[in-house]
Design a protein around this ligand. Structure first.
Ligand code: C2E
Ligand code: MG
Ligand code: MG
Length: 320
């Protein structure tokens, strides 16, 4: 039976006692974050520190009809990209990534998540993603594999009053253990509506779920003016990993983030490892975990099972 190793640095401490990372927002940063939300920002109206997600926030009329139909007709599906403990090169979990089997072929999220966010459809679709990822995680468990699963959560979902209940329901209806679920949230999403986001994340964490900051380093926050939030993992953005061997700044940043994670007991995960030299460098930096095409691409659920079998049969310290 394949062994999935959990490396989350924050795991050893009970919820509520783990270090909080994002602290002390400068006034007005929430508004800045709302503007920096990209596609979601055009659907999120920022009034004071409140965010509104839905049809009144602008967007292109009629464009959401196909996506609405996609949800109704079950055209969305998930693929799973393995993450690895970089010291022992064992699989540490998977990230669930959304795909749309459209009438024109399979479409990746960059081409439709912004529209889901603009239309507010990200809320029911995100609810489906949570339910499906937990269902799949529970099915793997029933087959003898404990696979930690990460799910991406949009700012629009985080500000929904039903968010905590959606997470709770996905866990209880599937029977997937909360400690195997991580929610990935971007810095800008966290900063978008500080107080409510913090309360929701605290509530979700009280369920036993982990929180990871996605694309860390690209958002609006900085170490000088980020509010304290409960965080278990930092995902170092792909852009730093791809530049880290070419430029001093990116290399220094990766080094600093890994050290920061260590000092605070937060897991660091390097995104977008594409080259062997990057992997070796990150292992030298003692970055805990990583993911990228060099190690494994996103896979369908059945492919992932075969991948885990093959991987566990390899030499334990093997690299690709
Ligand atoms: P992300 O959460 O940062 O996910 C990682 C993205 O990087 C994925 O793209 C993955 O396929 C890609 N990737 C992984 N390794 C490599 C690599 O070595 N090189 C390169 N160039 N790319 C790599 P994908 O699946 O297209 O997803 C893009 C983004 O869409 C995600 O970025 C996430 O922000 C969003 N997304 C995906 N699924 C969901 C979802 O269920 N809900 C929400 N709200 N957003 C989602
Ligand atoms: Mg992610
Ligand atoms: Mg990311």
């Amino acid at each position: 039976m394949p062994h999935i190793r959990r490396t989350g640095a924050g795991r050893s401490k009970p919820p509520g006692r783990r270090p909080r990372l994002l602290r002390s927002l400068v006034s007005g940063a929430a508004i800045g974050a709302g503007r920096a939300l990209g596609a979601c920002g055009s659907r999120l109206s920022v009034i004071g520190e409140r965010l509104f997600c839905g049809p009144d926030a602008g967007g292109r009329p009629g464009q959401d009809a196909e996506l609405r139909r996609a949800l109704e007709e079950g055209q969305f599906f998930l693929v799973y990209q393995p993450t690895f403990d970089l010291a022992g090169m064992q699989v540490s979990g998977v990230e669930a990534l959304l795909r749309w089997r459209s009438p024109h072929g399979v479409v990746t999220p960059g081409q439709f998540v912004p529209e889901l966010e603009r239309s507010g459809l990200i809320v029911p679709v995100g609810r489906w993603v949570l339910g499906e990822a937990c269902r799949q995680g529970a099915a793997w468990r029933a087959g003898g594999r404990d696979v930690p699963v990460s799910v991406n959560v949009s700012a629009c979902q985080l500000v929904e009053p039903s968010f905590v209940e959606d997470v709770r329901r996905a866990l209880s209806s599937s029977g997937f253990p909360p400690e195997l679920l991580t929610l990935e949230i971007t810095e800008t999403a966290i900063l978008a509506e500080t107080e409510r986001s913090a309360a929701r994340l605290e509530a979700v964490r009280r369920l036993g779920v982990r929180i990871a900051v996605d694309d860390f380093g690209t958002g609006y926050s900085s170490l000088a003016h980020i509010q304290l939030f409960p965080v278990d993992a930092l995902k170092i953005d792909r852009s730093f990993v791809s530049d880290m061997l070419g430029g001093r700044e990116a290399g220094a940043l990766v080094h600093t983030l890994v050290q920061l994670g260590k000092a605070l007991g937060i897991e660091t995960l390097a995104e977008g490892i594409e080259e062997r030299s990057q992997l070796t460098h990150l292992q030298g930096e003692e970055c805990a975990t990583g993911q990228g095409y060099l190690l494994a691409e996103p896979l369908a659920a059945e492919e992932l099972e075969r991948f885990l079998d093959r991987w566990s049969a390899r030499a334990p310290l093997g690299t690709p």
